[in-house]
Design a protein around this ligand. Sequence first.
Ligand code: NI
Length: 186
Amino acid sequence: MIYPVTVYGDPILRKRAEDIPADYEGLKELIDNMFETMYVSDGVGLAAPQIGKSLRIFVIDASSAADEEPELDGFKKAFINPVILEKTGDEWIMNEGCLSLPEIREDVSRPETVRIRYVDENFVEHDEVYSGFAARVIQHEYDHLEGILFIDYLSPLKKRILKGKLMAITKGKVRPAYRIKVPGLK
Ligand code: NI
């Protein structure tokens, strides 16, 4: 099932998401649906608030970046109830986009490496360290679970410049190629 993607202005994107209980029904379907929604929307990551669910889960498929970082070959994962334990290394800048902010791309500076603890779809716990592109996407998606968007990292001037574009997204005047849920509309 493909969900419409929530966009800027939807209050769910600003809420801290809730942990998923171990007996949560339909977890595998939720994960499948999140991947399906992500692929059809041409994203590399998707967090549950972006499909209207305030739950602590995000999915990532970073295998498209494997030509530059071979270790990303086959990198397709769901991160459930994640906790970023540590961010280390020098900050570096990458031009980021977000399915919830259609037609906006901006340079964002983030630390090189993250250590993250999470459970997988079988509720097996993992404690792993990621760098480079994977760490970038993990930090972006993790932020969604905290109610943070990448535009929050921009300078006040850049934010002011984006104001009109953000308003247009909220009003449903920006129509990306994928299905979105416009705030305030059913
Ligand atoms: Ni995003």
